[in-house]
Design a protein. Sequence first.
Length: 405
Amino acid sequence: MERGETEAPTRSERRGRSLPRFRNGLARVRSRRREILRFQSGHRIDLYSRGRAAIDAMIEAIDRAEHHVHLETYIFRADETGRRVLSHLEARAARGVAVRVIIDAIGSRGLDRHALEPLVRAGGRIVEFNPPSQWLTRFRPRQRDHRKLLIVDSAVAFLGGLNIGDEYVEEDASGPRWRDAHLRLEGPGLTELQALFVENWFRCDGESFEWRTLVATDRRSKGDRSVAILADGPMYPRRRMRSFFLEELERARSHVLLVTPYFAPGPIVLDALGEAGDRGVRVELLIAGHSDHPILRRAAREFVPRLLQKGVRVFEDPHRMMHAKLAVFDDSLSVVGTSNLDRQSLHHSCEVNAVIEGHETADWILEHFGTDVFDVSPIDRALLARRPPWTRTIDRLAALAARMM
């Protein structure tokens, strides 16, 4: 080596340098929990692990609407389930109920728009989030509305992983073909949910209506559960869901369960997961083994080895599509919502999550989605070592594509 030249850093040295960067980044988000989250007591919560039961409950709420129905969803299909929901929305609109629907233009690109015409004729209003037709002015391909939110009369709301489509309700002899989680909420948090809907409604150029009373009303206590609404999206000055995950992973002392269909986070989140494993926290990650996005499943295989080295346990459900977006921290803080652990959700999409204090929701998630309660398969080093070279190459390319997304 000539004088003045420096030897390139080894991989271990690069990893050693990344740890201080991770800790510096964590220091910037530490103590932000109070800034990001505003917990309020007085909520009633019902949870659904089967899509059919959740859709039935949503339709029941729609049928009882007297003033308004606000529906915001990423995917809306004109299949049997979609037409069923549309028929109930149409019936309420025909009775003078204000029905407003936001669909994501890309997520719902397969929707036959003619199926929406009866609802519009009945008085319903429908807008599309960030349509490609705005490509000359405002179209941003990566900015998507990934929320799944239903609000009825400012009295009850639903949120979680369920879009509107047949795949979310279909079942076979072994249970739902798609495993998902959805939440029914009553209480003070509906004010924040209304504000989120109204914000996106006007962002989509929805027609004006009297919205102030919807976001200014103090909701009465409906129960004893403490909940904070955690919204995220490109309109916020920082990545709120990522900041939340980083802080809670740093605070965790005993157990973390993360359930996500798509796992392709950035290096900071991967480092935080590894740091928790290094501290002796039992970190479990449940991902989709059967996926509607094969490239993300392949990418996860490339990210997993570095977690296994840190003691993180990784599982997949090879029998059905795991679509739930859930988290449990130390069996006392839970998340039910729409955010995936991938760059699209954490950096680009509009999301909404309920963060719930107490062991009741944590117990429910562990009972229905814990890695020891149904047939899941561990992903271990031996399994990954058996991958043939061409498979490893595909996984690396998929991971590279996921990082660029």
